[in-house]
Design a protein around this ligand. Structure first.
Ligand code: MN
Ligand code: MN
Length: 467
């Protein structure tokens, strides 16, 4: 065998090259593919935050979790409890062997995704078509949402207070809905618009019907026919739309991408990819050293405000209840806590290399992305994880064989963004952002790699279970 030159040996010792997971851990490919089948099933069942809570509750009940009782019930190590926040956010925890003031291990992800919400008075008829007005939720590139099949999900409360659950466009034989766009032949004027303006907010109107009610002397007969169908199926009237949350989301199912089946294309990887994997890791905790808490939050895509978002106190009320039940010191519990703020990051896209700084971008198949800071314009509005926290987390990952990389959200001053990390950090808790690299983020069809999905699941497991 040829002997290494001194320089080559030195290079191997001192310099770092980011490996591909398939080279470093080839044995994981099969397990990752198996794990991702369950993830795809979850994605198809959980296209809104409400559905994600429902799907997660099914899993939690199977895993023996019981609801948190707020009047000071005592908990023992190994107990598994959950708290359902208004059906739109979820907390679950496994009590650790150490007392709560020794700290907890928090994993926070969000389960809301960008989409089109129906307006309070959505239904109208124009030129023999029935349409629904929408107001988009979160950051979308509006032009991506035209001429693509959309399904409707949500809840409506009738005047008497009873509830109807809506889910149309997901089952075989269901109709779907869509936003129309112009044909190229008539697109000359529209082509002069900027891309951001390609489809405008008030042009995101959903087509929902075209047949008239039979009585010719009536006005708005197509709209009436739609109302009649909605009433037959759900017992609702036009006024009930004001008591509703109905969301139009891509009707596409999660599907393998690539001849090698190495990726998954789907709506809503951001951030159910972290939500699902953190939940799985939390559920599989048996008798952890420290209490583990998994948070599936709502409202991240609109700044985390609201009772179900991370700006609200719901997570800290939950932690406070746990502390009370054990007679633990709540402040010390927070100070000793460690948190992974789990959210996706923009993967380097070879088709659009100019927006990323190659040395600090994240790449598909290179593992969990540690994002030290987000923010914009000189790290404004971010949690910038300390060197100590980076050392703590990478130490756990390295010891567990978790492959990780670092990531930034684009070049300096090119854009930026935020996560929930700052809202946790502001409570005196050490936090760092971790996530999965995503291509086409916030589009109706986002792309992740199966190996990365499996790797972050392993990362959560290692973090939650670490001594
Ligand atoms: Mn996100
Ligand atoms: Mn997002």
């Amino acid at each position: 065998m040829e002997e290494k030159s001194k320089g080559k040996a030195l290079q191997e010792e001192l310099a770092f090259t980011q490996p591909h997971i398939a080279d470093e851990r080839p044995e994981l490919t099969e397990a990752a593919a198996r794990f991702c089948e369950a993830y795809k099933t979850f994605l198809d069942a959980a296209k809104t935050e409400r559905e994600a809570v429902e799907a997660a509750l099914c899993l939690l009940n199977e895993a023996g979790y019981r609801p948190l009782r707020q009047e000071g019930e005592a908990y023992r190590a190994g107990d598994k409890i959950y708290y359902n926040n208004r059906g739109k956010a979820l907390l679950c925890a496994t009590l650790g062997r150490q007392p709560l003031d020794a700290g907890v291990r928090l994993m926070v992800a969000h389960i809301d995704s960008p989409r089109l919400d129906l307006k309070p008075n959505p239904l109208y008829e124009d030129s023999d078509l029935a349409l629904l007005k929408t107001h988009y939720y979160g950051g979308i590139r509006k032009y991506q949402w035209g001429a693509t099949p959309l399904s409707l999900h949500g809840v409506v409360y009738r005047k008497d207070g009873t509830r109807a659950d809506i889910r149309i466009g997901e089952e075989p034989g269901d109709p779907v809905f869509c936003v129309t766009d112009l044909l190229p032949h008539l697109g000359a004027e529209q082509n002069k618009r900027t891309l951001a303006d390609g489809l405008r907010g008030e042009e995101l109107n959903l087509v929902v019907g075209s047949l008239p009610y039979a009585e010719k002397e009536l006005k708005d007969r197509v709209k009436l026919r739609v109302l009649e169908l909605l009433h037959e199926k759900y017992g609702i009237t036009e006024r009930d739309f004001t008591r509703a949350e109905i969301e139009a989301v891509p009707a596409v199912k999660a599907v393998d991408v690539g001849l090698d089946h190495s990726m998954i294309g789907a709506y809503g990887h951001d951030d159910r990819v972290c939500g699902y994997t953190a939940l799985r890791a939390e559920m599989e905790m048996r008798d952890p050293e420290y209490t583990t808490v998994c948070v599936l939050a709502d409202k991240e895509e609109v700044g985390s405000s609201g009772a179900t978002g991370l700006v609200s106190d719901f997570v800290f009320h939950f932690l406070g209840h746990l502390a009370d039940a054990q007679g633990a010191n709540y402040k010390r519990m927070l100070q000793n806590a460690k948190c992974l703020s789990a959210d996706v990051n923009a993967a380097f896209d070879p088709t659009f290399p100019d927006v990323s700084e190659k040395r600090n971008a994240s790449y598909l198949n290179r593992g969990v992305v540690l994002t030290k800071y987000t923010g914009a314009r000189g790290k404004n509005g971010t949690n910038d994880a300390s060197a100590e926290m980076m050392s703590f987390v990478t130490g756990i990952f390295d010891a567990a064989g978790v492959l990780w990389q670092t990531g930034e959200l684009g070049k300096v001053d090119f854009g930026g963004g935020g996560t929930v990390a700052q809202f946790v950090a502001n409570r005196d808790i050490d936090v760092v952002d971790v996530g999965v690299p995503v291509l086409s983020m916030h589009s109706p069809f986002e792309l992740v790699s199966k190996l990365d999905v499996y790797m972050i699941y392993q990362a959560f497991t290692a973090f939650a279970g670490a001594k």
